[in-house]
Design a protein around this ligand. Structure first.
Ligand code: GCU
Length: 432
């Protein structure tokens, strides 16, 4: 009997050992980041102008009706996840506050609550809008960009409301207080923007979905099927949710008389730059698509595996992409897509990719190459694109229908970036 018990224990131990080995094998450690160009694996990018069944795409019509939907579907299925909902018919916009003497008398300010399902206590976001005074008689073109820490952090304007914010590490909600007012203002040169005739709108990304690996909050649960508690492997993650929020912001701006709804550019920084590219890909009402330092999962080519890798990003931020994307951890070469295809989904609209010299984590060269390789689609659609496979020098923007710059400095949004975005909008939408 004793021997039998002992062998049972041994078998148990053996099973446990095999089990833990299987778990370990299942989750191999993330390789340390590579920063050496000579160590980039050999790769071939998927051809934008070849359908999955091998058919060549040689005209604009085939791009528009066949290949573009196919590429969009690839990103939905394997990367960002399908956006499971559109605009609710019950959505409402409530003006919470407005003033025509904001920013020292230069701007009109508006704070609008976008109630996603029309409910007062339901999910929604607060959109902060500054428009030039001239917008009262002539609707202004606009930039829309989500912020990371709450609307009150984008300016020292004391009238900007304090909302709820969510801790990125714990997911804990807290009421914002005066201490952080203006904390991110260097990224939001509102006066400079309205002085050039543009309106600018922002909302806190946490209003749409708190940036935390938890799918019980934000907008996801609104759209679950009965019994569902987590998005399916091909359904939207957090980036998909934020992109959806940008489209709801656009709905609001298009209903506002101060804004020229056909001239709204979507902008985003970093994880929100990944988001602006995805929002612009799905929602063709955005007139211009701009990503600032968006890196891995944004403009940077995944196959270069330099700086942040697919494995790294999926491990640090398991909630950003759909679960199917995890199949490509340390396996980028098998992806049926790469990020030049995301940039190309903006076509034929103007698209701008920006990098920062010290932002190696985001792989500036990979960001440039995506913009460059998207060019085949722009040319097919009769638009000029980036001509050189080599990056321009720092602080030397290139502006065709595809625009690009790498500026000096670190991962950030600076006045230089904003000035270039306005130059680009002047060029493509006409000076306001
Ligand atoms: C991290 C992450 C990046 C992301 C950035 C940000 O650095 O690895 O992918 O762009 O955060 O959003 O600030």
């Amino acid at each position: 009997m004793k021997t039998f018990a002992r062998s049972l224990v041994l078998v148990g131990l053996l099973i446990a050992a095999v089990g833990s080995f299987a778990v370990a094998a299942d989750k191999p450690a993330v390789a340390p980041p590579n920063y050496d160009e000579s160590k980039i694996p050999a790769y071939t990018l998927p051809d934008l102008l070849v359908m999955q069944d091998g058919t060549k795409v040689t005209d604009a019509e085939t791009w528009r009706t066949k290949r573009r939907p196919e590429v969009l579907k690839l990103f939905e299925t394997y990367m960002y996840g399908r956006t499971v909902a559109g605009r609710s018919e019950k959505m409402t916009f409530e003006v919470l506050e407005s003033a025509d003497d904001a920013l020292g008398g230069k701007a009109i300010r508006k704070q609008v609550r976008v109630k996603f399902t029309g409910k007062d206590d339901g999910p929604g976001m607060d959109l902060l809008i500054y428009a030039p005074k001239s917008a009262a008689s002539k609707p202004a073109p606009a930039f829309v960009m989500l912020n990371f820490q709450g609307n009150h952090t984008t300016t020292t304007d004391p009238a900007v409301r304090l909302g709820m914010t969510y801790d990125r590490r714990t997911g804990k909600a807290a009421q914002a207080d005066e201490k952080t007012r203006g904390a991110a203002k260097s990224r939001w040169p509102f006066e400079m923007i309205v002085e050039r005739g543009y309106a600018v709108a922002t909302a806190y990304y946490g209003d749409i979905d708190p940036d935390f690996n938890d799918f019980s909050n934000g907008i996801h649960p609104l759209y679950y099927k009965p019994g569902q508690t987590h998005p399916a492997p091909d359904e939207w993650g957090a980036i998909g949710a934020w992109a959806w929020g940008l489209s709801r912001a656009l709905d609001c701006l298009q209903s506002d008389k101060l804004i020229d709804g056909k001239k709204v550019a979507v902008v985003g920084h970093s994880r929100l730059g990944k988001t602006s590219l995805w929002a612009g890909a799905q929602d063709e009402r955005f007139a211009i698509v701009i990503s600032n330092d968006s890196g891995c999962g944004g403009a940077a080519l995944s196959r270069r595996v330099i700086g942040e890798s697919v494995h790294r990003i999926n491990t640090s931020f398991p909630h950003w992409f759909c679960d199917n994307f995890k199949k490509y951890n340390a396996n980028e070469g098998e992806l049926p897509l790469d990020q030049h295809m995301l940039v190309a989904l903006a076509a034929p609209r103007p698209v701008y990719v920006a990098s920062a010299e010290q932002d190696k984590w985001a792989d500036p060269k990979g960001e440039y190459l995506s913009a460059y390789h998207a060019g085949v689609v722009y040319r097919l659609l009769g638009k000029p694109a980036l001509e050189s496979p080599d990056m321009p020098a720092v602080n030397q923007p290139v502006m065709t229908t595809v625009g690009y710059h790498i500026r000096t400095g670190k991962h950030d949004v600076t006045d230089f970036d904003w000035q270039r975005y306005m130059d680009f909008a002047d060029k493509h939408l006409g000076k306001p």
